[in-house]
Design a protein around this ligand. Structure first.
Ligand SMILES: C[S@@+](CC[C@H](N)C(=O)[O-])C[C@H]1O[C@@H](n2cnc3c(N)ncnc32)[C@H](O)[C@@H]1O
Length: 200
C-alpha cells in the first residue's frame, strides 16, 4: 500500500484524532512565521488543513499534499490555493516562497532528505522553514522505533528520522530555534532559516 493510499484511509479519522492534541503546538509554531502581508507561504504536506485556523492574516498561502482525500478536507476552509504534489519533488520555482511550513511531513515521507532539499530550494534566501515533527536525537538507540519504522512508514509515518543527519546535507540552512513540543521531546518545534547570503 502506498502512503497516499494509507492517508486516504486516515482522512476521515485524522482531525478527530489529532486536532486537539496538536493545536497548541501549531499555534506556537505559526507564531514564528514573522510573515509580512506580501509574503508567499507554502504549507508542505498540508493534509486536512489543521494549521489553517492558526495562520496569521495577510500573506498568500499555498498548500500541497499527495493525497486527494486529505486535500479535499482542506478545501474551502479559507483562501489557500491547494495543489496535489509530492514534497520530494515540488512543482514550484526556486526561492518562490518567503516561508515553508513543514508540520508532520518531514518524518512522514520515505525520502526526508529529498523533501528538505526541496523545501530549501523553494525558500528564498533569508526565508524560514517551520518544522513540527518527531525526530530521534543523533546517536539515540530507540530500538523499538527503529525496528517499527519500515512498517509504520508505510502506514503513516517513519519513526527513525534524525533531523541532524538531514541538516548535515543542507549547509544553506541554519537552526534558529529548536524546542521540545510533545511526547517528552520526541516531537520538536524547529525554525530553520535559509542563509541570507548564498555564499555562506
Ligand atoms: C501526518 S499528516 C500531516 C498533515 C498536516 N501537515 C498536519 O500537520 O496535520 C502527513 C501528510 O503528508 C501527506 N504526504 C505523505 N507523503 C507525501 C508526499 N510525498 N508529498 C506530499 N504529501 C505527502 C499525507 O497525505 C498527509 O496529508
Amino acid at each position: 500500500m502506498s502512503l497516499a493510499a494509507a492517508y486516504r484511509l486516515w482522512a476521515p479519522l485524522y482531525d478527530p484524532v489529532l486536532r486537539r492534541a496538536t493545536a497548541p503546538v501549531r499555534r506556537r509554531s505559526l507564531e514564528r512565521l514573522q510573515a509580512e502581508p506580501a509574503d508567499d507561504v507554502l504549507l508542505a504536506g498540508v493534509g486536512t488543513g489543521l494549521d489553517l485556523p492558526h495562520l496569521p492574516a495577510g500573506p498568500r498561502y499555498r498548500g500541497c499534499d499527495i493525497t486527494p482525500a486529505m486535500l479535499a478536507r482542506a478545501t474551502g476552509q479559507r483562501a489557500v490555493a491547494l495543489d496535489c504534489a509530492d514534497v520530494q519533488a515540488l512543482p514550484y520555482a526556486e526561492a518562490g516562497f518567503d516561508a515553508v511550513v513543514a508540520h508532520l511531513i518531514l518524518a512522514v515521507v520515505p525520502r526526508p532528505a529529498a523533501a528538505l532539499a526541496e523545501m530549501s530550494r523553494v525558500t528564498r534566501p533569508g526565508g524560514r522553514i517551520l518544522i513540527f515533527d518527531k525526530f530521534l536525537q543523533p546517536g539515540q538507540r530507540a530500538p523499538l522505533r527503529r525496528l517499527a519504522s519500515p512498517l509504520l512508514g508505510r502506514l503513516a509515518t517513519r519513526t527513525d528520522v534524525v533531523l541532524e543527519e538531514l541538516l548535515a546535507e543542507r549547509p544553506e540552512l541554519g537552526v534558529e530555534a529548536d524546542d521540545p513540543a510533545l511526547a517528552g521531546g520526541w516531537f520538536r518545534q524547529i525554525t530553520l532559516r535559509r542563509h541570507p547570503d548564498e555564499a555562506h
